[in-house]
Write a protein that binds this ligand. Structure first.
Ligand SMILES: NC(=O)c1ccc[n+]([C@@H]2O[C@H](COP(=O)([O-])OP(=O)(O)OC[C@H]3O[C@@H](n4cnc5c(N)ncnc54)[C@H](O)[C@@H]3O)[C@@H](O)[C@H]2O)c1
Length: 264
């Protein structure tokens, strides 16, 4: 086995999807653990990878192990697999708040530790992942790790002190963008547009606007100004968004998410 995932829910499935699509590893080189037989059957059916109910089997069969359970279960899982871990292992944490030092301490031996902060758009190969490592991970090993994260989207290597910021602007923000899309579509529906068409307009507009920021390299404010005709329709919407505290609401939401990450 090349890689093992302890827990195979939303995030693990999204990452494995990219790894398989890009041919980084094959189905028989990936092992995942599930809590129940139903979960195991689901992972086999949807991903076709090797499955087990035994977390120690993951650690015994793969040298790279991703901890893909909720942060509340990290300590329990690390205690459970402690005796199977060796200094040859690379442990990858994907939970907010679980630092490199914390992961190494709970693993109980000096090993390679990596943190990913991915997001759910990884499911469609358009993820954004922050990566940091401890100093046992060499440049060559990091390059291999980046092949994994690049398979499900874009990657930025960041210093660990930026992982909570990355969690907010990358990990959590899809939820806020989906809320924005939903609200835009609701408004279009209230103006008479069919629901399905409203989602298409809202989603494609978010996608296209993001693409403009990425591809033109122009300042978002500049791109916003291009849309606002003098005495036109858009600037009226800008006025009401500013009045409703739109920017501040987004600022506060991301700050709250980053601060929560520091406490987990
Ligand atoms: N969902 C996101 O947007 C996102 C983004 C970035 C990081 N993360 C992080 O990814 C991790 C997983 O999140 P998720 O959204 O995939 O959660 P999830 O609930 O979808 O998946 C977790 C899976 O782990 C399984 N599990 C729980 N305890 C287990 C155990 N002891 N052994 C084996 N399996 C066990 C659960 O049955 C579940 O299938 C979390 O730490 C989360 O913070 C999530």
């Amino acid at each position: 086995m090349k890689i093992g995932f302890i827990g195979c829910g939303n995030m693990a499935s999204a990452m494995i999807g990219g790894i398989l699509r890009q041919g980084i590893f094959s189905k028989d080189e990936i092992i995942v653990s599930n809590l129940t037989d139903e979960g195991r059957a689901r992972s086999e059916k949807t991903l076709g990878v090797v499955t087990t109910l035994n977390n120690n089997e993951i650690v015994r069969s793969a040298k790279t192990v991703v901890l893909a359970v909720k942060p509340q279960f990290y300590e329990k899982v690390l205690t459970e697999v402690h005796d199977s871990l060796t200094t040859e292992h690379t442990i990858i944490g994907i939970a907010p708040g679980k630092t490199l030092a914390w992961l190494e301490e709970k693993a109980g031996l000096p090993l390679k530790v990596v943190r990913f902060m991915p997001n759910t758009p990884a499911q469609v190969g358009a993820g954004m992942t922050a990566v940091c490592t401890n100093d046992r991970v060499s440049e060559d090993e990091l390059a291999e790790i980046l092949k994994i994260t690049d398979s499900f989207g874009c990657t930025e290597v960041v210093p660990e002190r930026l992982m909570d910021a990355a969690g907010a602007v990358g990990g959590c923000s899809p939820a806020y963008v989906f809320m924005f899309i939903e609200a835009m579509a609701d408004a279009a529906v209230s103006q008479g547009m069919p629901r399905k068409q409203a989602y298409k307009f809202a989603s494609q507009t978010v996608l296209g606007s993001a693409k403009m920021v990425l591809e033109t390299g122009r300042h978002p404010g500049d791109l916003k100004d291009m849309v606002c005709s003098p005495a036109g329709t858009t600037i009226e919407g800008v006025r009401t968004l500013e009045k409703s505290g739109f920017r501040s609401a987004v600022f506060e939401a991301l700050t709250a998410a980053a601060e929560k990450g520091k406490k987990l």
